[in-house]
Design a protein around this ligand. Structure first.
Ligand SMILES: Cc1cc2nc3c(=O)[nH]c(=O)nc-3n(C[C@H](O)[C@H](O)[C@H](O)COP(=O)(O)O)c2cc1C
Length: 177
């Protein structure tokens, strides 16, 4: 028997550490101290555009080119993105706070009056965003009350060199540099 197993004791590998009770408000408050950018994740499904505001977007891998975001199980937009099999990440500029608010509202007619063009997958690229990434869904990982969605980037570009919209401690902010 390897030495390390003796050191840990016979049942060490079966023992699950006790789960601490984390209060939701405290969890949100601490995580809120991590500043992020803001994106709108879009897709086209059955000829209709869909989108939701998301700040869980992150870069995952360069080779192959992968990115991810987390979708809440409660999202009514996520099933359409999942069915579409693709998504487009729209990176918001500081002038697009109202757009973020609109796309964070469940049940709203989100694309009414919003200008957009389409990328190769058919997903909407919203007018005046800083940049976009056009992705095919590569994997989905269940993670508590969210699903981690991994996308393979097929196309991406910078649309303008503006400043980003930021999200910090539950509010919007600007990058002053
Ligand atoms: C700044 C910001 C970031 C958000 N990030 C996420 C996210 O990463 N994932 C998510 O599922 N919802 C996120 N939300 C909430 C969704 O935008 C919102 O629940 C969703 O648009 C609800 O609409 P739906 O039912 O059409 O999906 C975020 C909201 C805001 C304001």
């Amino acid at each position: 028997m390897p030495e390390f197993e003796d050191d840990l004791g016979p049942d060490a590998q079966d023992e699950t550490p006790p789960s601490p009770t984390i209060e939701a408000a405290h969890f949100r408050s601490v995580l809120g101290h991590y500043a992020t950018g803001v994106t709108i994740i879009t897709a086209e499904h059955d000829g209709k555009p869909y989108g939701l505001a998301a700040n869980s977007f992150t870069s995952v891998s360069l080779d192959p080119p992968l990115v991810s975001f987390c979708a809440a199980h409660s999202s009514t937009t996520w099933p359409h993105i999942k069915a579409a099999g693709h998504f487009c990440v729209n990176i918001l500029g500081e002038h697009q706070e109202e757009l973020s608010r609109l796309f964070a509202r469940s049940g709203a007619d989100k694309f009414a009056g919003v200008g957009y063009s389409k990328v190769a997958t058919g997903a909407p690229v919203i007018a005046d965003v800083l940049g976009f990434l056009d992705c095919m869904i590569e994997a989905e990982h269940e993670a508590g009350d969210h699903v981690i969605v991994v996308g393979r980037v097929h196309d991406l570009d910078i649309n303008q060199e503006g400043r980003p919209l930021l999200f910090f401690r539950g509010g919007y902010g600007r990058f002053d540099a």
